[in-house]
Design a protein around this ligand. Structure first.
Ligand SMILES: [Zn+2]
Length: 506
């Protein structure tokens, strides 16, 4: 359909009027009481969860962006740097050449997309150093950001670096040429001499590799012993990070305003950490090791720490394996634990999607969990309702607090002397009953409230005042019951509780 010029003008004027205002530089990308959805959903679902952000795309058109903004939700466009997909590879000869190649010149398929095929075509890694795949990625970014979304999310940001560092790829002509340029800048004369490189202009890394490995399987066995391999990995990771940064510019141009930039970066993996400097936040799966119950969530702490150290907010969800476990075993309380555990540690657990929560097992491949809203939304409503006890609170050292062994206790504080919030999460999991065992008379000792008021906020009960005792120099706070997650709010705590505590001989 061809629209008359006057209609187009009116449409673009309307779009300009709706151009979102990105957050100011000093506005946090995510406040602690924000509620992020992974993918876009319905207005009803957003309302049920109190959504404020959609992190992983779904707002590609001006209409979709407007619909989100009208609900007070910031939104994103998303693309992935993994593969052009089996269908496009089948249909496009240029893209078919722009895939990750191994030492034999053969394309490298994405192992976990074994079920994503088209006719006889597999899903091969795209090569982010190949002009045709770069052009394809830029096109995808322009499509994703055409509506003027607030942010761009890049999935599988490692691009061909993933194939290069783990699956024997990254050895096409373009990769080799770019690596040669990288060596000119970053290799020392000693490194080159040791590797037997006499003329860098004519150097083809594949010739050196073939002295040790002529096939992909041989290469995978001896890769780490091949000269210059650390530099080769480094080259790929830095090239991938630069490409992500370049895609931000493409997205910014398409959107017509500055944008947020996130990636599915597993920061605990050094390969993924290289891109961190370019990001405003991280959106990714974190392993909660569902089969191990609440103990498995300890693994997530490494990701939370890595994000905090880099000053990057982390909007997380559990891995596809974890969600497959929840779906197969109907362990909703375990998933509720992950939500509470993540918010208690100052990061964001994205709302379990009512239609499309990604699950994965080797046997079933990709499948989906329809997360029941009534099972999870009350936690998020609790967070929104009590935003004043989340926003602006950071992890704080308030001295040693003694809590029962099966209680995760995390102290967060507003500023150096503001109120303290203790997050208490019950991890006493009854695997047979698939729920946390409620705990009675939970006693906390060690934190002086100086006779102050302590209040209990729970997602599944009305707020209540708590009794505090000071006996023999130690203060005790007693909760009548802890079911899954409660907050103890201490509003007029001393500014240095630790000192008080130390003085009391704890
Ligand atoms: Zn390549």
């Amino acid at each position: 359909m061809v629209l008359p010029a006057v209609v187009l003008l009116a449409a673009s004027a309307a779009m300009a009027a709706e151009t979102p205002v990105p957050p100011a530089p000093d506005t946090p990308v995510l406040k602690h009481a924000d509620v992020a959805f992974m993918y876009a959903s319905t207005p009803e679902a957003y309302k049920a969860y109190g959504a404020t952000f959609v992190a992983w795309g779904g707002a590609e058109t001006a209409e979709k962006v407007k619909a989100h903004h009208d609900l007070g939700i910031r939104c994103t466009g998303s693309m992935w740097c993994l593969t052009a997909g089996a269908k496009e590879l089948y249909e496009d000869e240029k893209l078919r050449d722009a895939v990750a190649k191994d030492i034999e010149g053969k394309p490298v398929a994405v192992p976990w997309l074994f079920d994503h095929t088209y006719k006889d075509m597999k899903s091969y890694f795209g090569c982010t150093n190949h002009p045709a795949f770069c052009a394809h990625s830029e096109r995808k970014v322009r499509e994703a950001m055409a509506g003027g979304a607030d942010g761009l999310h890049i999935d599988d940001h490692l691009g061909v670096a993933q194939a290069a560092t783990a699956f024997g790829g990254g050895l096409c002509d373009y990769c080799i040429a770019a690596f040669r340029e990288y060596l000119k800048k970053h290799a020392t004369p000693e490194q080159l001499a040791k590797a037997g490189v006499s003329d860098l202009e004519k150097f083809d890394y594949r010739d050196l590799i073939r002295k040790d490995a002529k096939t992909r399987s041989e290469y995978m066995k001896v890769r780490r012993t091949i000269p210059l391999m650390d530099l080769f990995d480094r080259f790929h990771l830095e090239a991938a990070a630069e490409f992500v940064n370049h895609l931000r510019d493409v997205g910014r141009q398409a959107a017509g305003h500055p944008i947020l930039l996130s990636a599915n970066a597993w920061l605990v993996d050094q390969r993924h950490a290289v891109v961190a400097k370019h990001l405003t936040h991280v959106v990714c799966e974190v392993e909660f090791n569902a089969a191990k119950g609440p103990a498995g969530a300890e693994h997530a702490l490494g990701s939370f720490r890595a994000a905090r150290e880099r000053g990057l907010p982390l909007a997380a969800t559990a891995s596809g394996w974890d969600w497959a476990y929840v779906k197969a075993n109907n362990t909703e309380d375990l998933a509720r634990y992950w939500i509470a555990f993540t918010y208690a540690h100052g990061q964001w657990f994205m709302a379990p999607h009512p239609k499309k929560q990604w699950c994965f097992t080797d046997k079933l491949g990709t499948h989906w969990y329809e997360a029941p809203t009534e099972a999870y939304a009350p936690l998020y409503q609790f967070i929104r309702k009590n935003a004043e006890w989340f926003d602006g609170f950071e992890a704080a050292d308030v001295g040693a607090i003694t809590a029962p062994p099966n209680v995760v206790c995390v102290a967060r504080r507003k500023g150096a002397s503001g109120p303290i919030v203790l997050h208490l999460v019950n991890r006493d999991y009854d695997a047979e009953a698939k729920r946390m065992r409620p705990m009675k008379n939970v006693s906390l000792t060690g934190l002086s409230t100086l006779g102050g008021r302590a209040r209990l906020l729970s997602y599944d009960a009305e707020p209540q005042d708590l009794k505090t005792w000071t006996e023999g120099g130690a203060t005790e706070i007693k909760l009548p019951e802890l079911r899954l997650w409660s907050l103890v709010v201490i509003e007029n705590a001393p500014s240095s509780p630790r000192r008080v505590f130390d003085k009391l001989g704890g």
